[in-house]
Ligand binder design. Structure first.
Ligand SMILES: [Mg+2]
Length: 242
């Protein structure tokens, strides 16, 4: 049956979402929006303007380690966050990654501002059609992200973003994903019970596992096929939201 393996078309995307689902909540970075060209390239380029001599590969390795280190700090602090903590996170990452800067603060400010504009972000290729089909079928849509309040500006890069009922942003809620409090807050905002919500994200721990743990339905966008154990709950791409 060759038809069974055919890619789903836009018009039947939502047909397979169960009737008891009332809202679809999307993660932002890696799901609906992507950095263009990449975090490490932008760090290396902006760093060079401030005197750094590090190459992209070094920046990439250090970025991963620095990001993970900040995650450990947040976990130890029960995932509490606010705008000040987000500034602190990114300043610490810049200082750790670009350790040959003369003026860390100036470079940090430049990078923080850069990532707060639509210039370095692009919408996922499937975002527009998926959001449009969701709303056309009467489903509410919203966004749930560990990005900070810069997301209010950055989200403009996604066609159809005006349809989001809420931008649930961790720095404004006070807890980061994957904390249970974050997901409770999302359900409360939507005035729905968890089982009426389908959560779609690209992070196994922060999105999929955390949403399932509170009783939501979930799908993992897993382009690199790292989580085949999830079976039908994993998607090769956002457009496969079935
Ligand atoms: Mg993500």
């Amino acid at each position: 049956m060759s038809q069974a393996s055919a890619k789903p078309q836009a018009e039947n995307i939502i047909n397979m979402i169960p009737n008891h689902i009332h809202a679809i909540v999307f993660d932002a970075v890696g799901t609906l929006i992507h950095v263009e060209p990449s975090f490490d390239r932008i760090y290396a380029e902006v760093g060079r303007r401030f005197g750094s001599r590090l190459d992209d590969a070094t920046v990439r390795d250090r970025f991963r380690a620095a990001f993970a280190e900040q995650d450990r700090i947040d976990r130890a602090n029960d995932w509490h966050t606010d705008e000040a903590r987000e500034h602190e996170r990114w300043r610490a990452i810049v200082a750790r990654v670009l350790d040959d800067l003369v003026d860390v603060d100036a470079c940090f400010e430049s990078l923080f501002q850069t990532f707060g504009t639509t210039a370095v972000w692009r919408a996922d290729a499937d975002a527009e059609v998926v959001l449009r089909e969701c709303t056309a079928r009467g489903l509410r849509i919203s966004l749930a992200s560990n990005f900070d309040r810069r997301l209010h500006d950055v989200i403009a890069v996604v066609p159809g973003h005006e349809a989001f009922a809420f931008l649930h942003i961790s720095s404004e809620i006070g807890r980061r994903k994957p904390s249970r409090d974050f997901f409770t807050h999302v359900a409360d905002d939507l005035r729905l019970s968890p089982e009426q919500i389908l959560f779609v994200g690209d992070d196994r721990t922060n999105d999929y596992d955390a949403a399932i743990a509170i009783g939501m339905h979930a799908r993992l966008v897993d382009a690199r096929r790292k989580h085949v154990d999830l079976g039908r709950d994993r998607l090769d791409r956002l457009g496969d939201l079935l």
